[in-house]
Design a protein around this ligand. Structure first.
Ligand code: HEC
Length: 141
């Protein structure tokens, strides 16, 4: 009996969190971005790794975006497209974690918050080069 209570306490919250990202995405995002973010009427949010230098680059959050914090910011300000700013910060972190985990950048049960989001290293972070044209000011100048 004692063991049973312990198991419930330990495992239920994890299971709920893992479900929430997928369920939220299904309810609020998949209608445009496709099941699991694979793309439909709106862009794919997952996949495309290794395609950027090919003749058919697939730019997604996972393959192209240099910083994970942009994902939170973008979703928080603009998505869902048909009801922008209707999500709270917790839902936005949950969706960010779901999209990053679907891209293989976080474990499925990862939980993100303000402290951990910035620590996610995106694969294309160093893929951007400075603009060498003389009339374009360098960043930080
Ligand atoms: C009604 C359709 C619709 C829904 C629902 C929707 N989106 Fe979008 N989403 C779009 C469109 C259209 C764009 C492209 C917007 C643009 O380029 O200005 C987009 C762009 C994005 C991007 C940027 C993709 C990129 O690579 O540039 C992200 C991330 C995103 N959506 C996440 C979400 C999330 C998370 C949800 C659910 C909360 C969601 N979207 C719901 C239509 C939708």
């Amino acid at each position: 009996m004692r063991v049973r209570v312990l198991r419930l306490r330990l495992f239920r919250p994890l299971a709920c969190l893992a479900l929430t990202g997928a369920a939220l995405f299904d309810a609020r995002c998949a209608g445009c971005h496709g099941a699991g973010g694979e793309g439909a009427a709106a862009d794919a949010l997952v996949g495309g790794r290794g395609s950027l230098a090919t003749p058919k680059p697939v730019q997604t959050v996972g393959s192209y975006w240099p910083y994970a914090t942009t994902l939170f910011d973008y979703i928080r300000r603009t998505m869902p497209y048909d009801a922008p700013q209707s999500l709270g910060p917790d839902e936005t972190y949950t969706l960010s974690a779901y999209i990053l985990s679907r891209n293989g950048l976080l474990p499925d049960d990862a939980v993100l918050d303000a402290g951990t989001l910035a620590g996610v290293r995106m694969p294309n972070r160093d893929g951007f080069t400075a603009d060498a044209r003389p009339d374009v000011p360098a960043a930080g100048r």
